[in-house]
Design a protein around this ligand. Structure first.
Ligand code: FAD
Length: 416
């Protein structure tokens, strides 16, 4: 086992994944530096829908999604969009995504996600307690609503997989939906109710609190952008940043959607795409919901947060550097008018974030295959808040040379 007493770990990225890893590494006794040009928790981890959902074990490339893909791509305001000039760049990833949708692969990916996600609420509660922000985590379940019986039936295999892994999934009709969430318009025929799901009412503040606690526990937070490495016979020895060079001992790359640019410089490229997503915050919608609600056919979610109702969703392939397509966020307002009985849209604020997406919906949580002291924690896609805290725990095990509590081989970096 590695001895933390005289060891130092540099973490690139101060999102939910990097901040969680920092807390676990500090608890193990490592000295920690976090490098990020932006304030902790200010990127993708800021604006998500807040769901911490252990029952989310079905990969994105399921048969339902693949069947609907062409129709969505042709609808300029559908739930999924591709900037056509970006198509040649996205094509290799999209082909891997389609290939990940075979039933044998779906079963294996789902098993891996089930093992990773089983303890995610406990994992966040432990870190939130350490950070003094346990009030930000709620256990009030999650609701998925369906406007058509066909869409509900289309998700049957996914529900079977969830139940096979021990998740409680109840099937509801219109009256029970209205009882659980009276603010919803009476347009939903069916719903599923996962009573053991959780959420945070402020994902940005949660991440910020993890990072601030890491700082109180002795971590150094350096506002700098990692640019590259000097690599010696033992692996990277120097981190080059826009604020100068820094010596490296152990290194964790947790830079969200930007991670593959860095891993490639260490000789370990990975097919990582940005699935851009949008949110709209409604400061005073006129009602509250008690738990996250997913609107199945419209592919977006709503969560009552500390500062209002968040409408979050849509997937857009347009790369890391293109300008936002704000029309996609505005479309969320159109949905809101239709899915709630009455909603006040005044003062809505728009946001865009970059989901770090892998073709098989599994993150990379792994030691490097090339450099003994390099570790990867990225690619959590639609579920990085869910998986952030537990990923930190697994990364601390890998850095220490301890056996992780689950089989991490499905999450290795060299799987493509
Ligand atoms: C609309 C939307 C809704 C979502 N809803 C949910 C949800 O309900 N539940 C859920 O579990 N997940 C959800 N997600 C996904 C989740 O937000 C992400 O998976 C998660 O935030 C990723 O965390 P991260 O720490 O990997 O990345 P980030 O939060 O993006 O952090 C990465 C950090 O790395 C830094 N960085 C980048 N490049 C460099 C560099 N060169 N040098 C130094 N630092 C660098 C960035 O500045 C950033 O701070 C949603 C995402 C979106 C967009």
């Amino acid at each position: 086992m590695a001895d933390a007493r005289d060891g130092h770990v540099t973490i690139i990225g101060a999102g939910i994944v990097g901040a969680s890893a920092a807390l676990h590494l500090l608890q193990d006794g490592w000295r920690v530096t976090i490098v990020d040009p932006e304030a902790p928790g200010s990127q993708t981890s800021y604006g998500n829908a807040g769901a911490i959902s252990p029952q989310s074990i079905n990969p994105m490339a399921g048969p339902g999604v693949l069947k609907q893909l062409p129709g969505w791509l042709l609808d300029p305001l559908g739930p999924l969009a591709l900037k056509w000039r970006y198509l040649p760049k996205a094509m290799p990833w999209l082909m891997k995504f389609v290939a990940a949708g075979s039933s044998a692969k779906i079963a294996a990916q789902s098993d891996a996600l089930a093992a990773l996600h089983a303890p995610v609420i406990d994992a966040h509660e432990a870190l939130a307690e350490l950070a003094g922000v346990k009030h930000l985590i709620h256990r009030q379940g999650a609701l998925t609503v369906y406007e058509t019986e066909a869409a509900f039936l289309g998700d049957a295999a996914g529900r079977d997989r969830q139940r096979a892994k021990g998740h409680e999934i109840h099937e509801l009709g219109p009256d029970e939906i209205a009882q659980l969430e009276p603010g919803l318009a009476p347009i939903f025929k069916r719903a599923t109710w996962a009573p053991n799901s959780g959420h945070t009412v402020n994902p940005g503040a949660l991440t910020e609190a993890y990072a601030a606690t890491a700082r109180h526990m002795g971590a150094e937070i350096v506002l700098a952008r990692a640019l590259g490495f000097e690599i010696g016979p033992e692996g990277p020895t120097v981190l080059k940043t826009d604020r100068g060079d820094r010596p490296l001992d152990r290194l964790v790359i947790a830079a969200g959607a930007w991670s593959a640019r860095l891993s490639a410089q260490l000789g370990e490229g990975f097919p990582l795409e940005s699935e851009r997503g949008y949110h709209m915050m409604l400061p005073s919608p006129g009602f509250t919901t008690r738990r996250p609600v997913s609107f199945n056919e419209r592919k977006f979610m709503t969560t009552t947060m500390e500062k209002g109702l968040r409408l979050a969703g849509t997937v857009e392939f347009a790369g890391l550097d293109g300008p936002p397509t704000w029309g996609r966020a505005d479309k969320l307002l159109r949905h809101a008018r239709e899915v709630f009985r009455e909603v006040d849209l005044a003062g809505a604020e728009r946001w865009m974030g970059q989901r770090p997406a892998t073709p098989d919906s599994l993150p990379v949580i792994a030691g490097s295959g090339k450099h003994r002291r390099v570790f990867y924690a990225f690619g959590h896609g639609h579920l990085g808040l869910t998986g952030g805290a537990i990923t930190g725990e697994h990364i601390a095990s890998l850095v220490a040379g301890r056996a992780p509590s689950i089989d991490l081989s499905p999450f290795r970096i060299d799987r493509y």
